[in-house]
Design a protein around this ligand. Structure first.
Ligand SMILES: [Fe+2]
Length: 325
């Protein structure tokens, strides 16, 4: 394992890393930045070397596997083309029903046989990333819930978007319509670009530093608002104070140009063939460029973490001195 960013003492000269990635501290001399930990795994299967790394993930690190490609068959390589995306959604996604029954595929256009092959490719990513996550995080076995699996054949650059949806700005993941009640968002990404293009990210300051930056200026939710949002269907369930604070952190960071440009941050390039794993509700991240990516979301209850107190909810409750339910 090696560490790429985080305690780097300012602007680094890091170029291409021997293992295929690169990280470069852009701003914030001496200030802590999200660490990128690299591992040498070359297989998704159970016999790979890395396991039991819950503490690092829960501490807010990005776990990067530069030699772990998601391998497409010769025939699947044709799907590395934006023409399979319907142009409305930002990705082609597979939903899973109860008991992980194969659900609908959304966002794709094509003929029946092609779509079935595309669906099989995306489902294989779900299976491989789940087996991998359970090896890395054995403590979560029996508790990880499979969320959507996505394939993104569309370029990050040039996607028309509002500031709130602009993922080229540093943010933690939090959604206006989908209150999480503290449930964690664990994501497994893989760059499948066939032309050598990296997935370009920025990562930002650690979660606690980020919370301290804005927490003093976030007012409590207006009484009755959560009820009204749920009643009118704007939220899928009740927005708790935890969801309110997380959404405020997401929005304030994205709306704050000074923060975007001047806060501690590092650039990370994930080369093709790299897989990386994060809690995206904890790690400040921004997607600056790239095309062709796989993404698997898992949900995990805070109580099923190895150290629930390290979660965003645990951190916010400690800083505020009260429960956020
Ligand atoms: Fe995000």
């Amino acid at each position: 394992m090696s560490e790429k960013a985080g305690r780097a003492p300012g602007r680094s000269q890091a170029g291409p890393h021997p293992l295929g990635g690169s990280a470069d501290v852009l701003v914030g001399r001496g200030a802590p930045v999200t660490p990128i930990r690299e591992y040498p795994d070359t297989t998704w299967a159970d016999d790979g070397p890395t396991r039991g790394v819950e503490v690092l993930l829960e501490s807010g690190a990005v776990l990067s596997f530069p030699q772990l490609p998601f391998v497409l068959t010769e025939s699947e390589r044709r799907f590395l083309d934006p023409r399979w995306a319907d142009g409305k959604a930002k990705n082609i996604s597979l939903r899973w029903g109860d008991g992980q029954a194969l659900g609908d595929m959304r966002g794709a256009v094509g003929e029946g046989a092609d779509l079935a092959a595309l669906q099989a490719m995306i489902a294989r990513y779900a299976e491989q990333s789940e087996a991998f996550a359970l090896r890395l995080f054995p403590h979560y076995r029996g508790h990880l819930k499979r969320g959507n699996t996505s394939f993104r054949p569309v370029d990050v650059v040039g996607r028309e978007t509002s500031w709130r949806k602009d993922d080229t700005r540093l943010h933690i993941d939090a959604f206006p319509s989908n209150p999480m009640h503290g449930t964690r968002l664990l994501r497994v990404f893989c760059n499948v670009n066939p032309a050598g293009r990296p997935r370009e990210w920025r990562v930002g300051e650690p979660f606690e530093a980020h919370a301290r930056r804005y927490l003093g200026s976030i007012a409590r939710p207006v009484p009755g608002t959560a009820w009204l949002l749920e009643k009118t269907g704007i939220t899928k369930r009740r927005r708790t104070e935890y969801d309110h604070v997380m959404l405020q952190l997401h929005d304030r960071a994205k709306a704050d140009a000074t923060f975007q440009q001047g806060s501690p941050q590092a650039r990370v390039d994930f080369a093709p063939g790299t897989t990386w794993v994060v809690f995206s509700d904890q790690v400040l991240h921004a997607a600056m460029g790239g095309q062709h990516m796989m993404e698997q979301t898992f949900y995990l209850d805070v109580a099923d973490q190895l150290h629930p107190e390290a979660s965003p909810r645990g951190t916010l409750e400690r800083l505020l001195g009260r429960e956020l339910r």
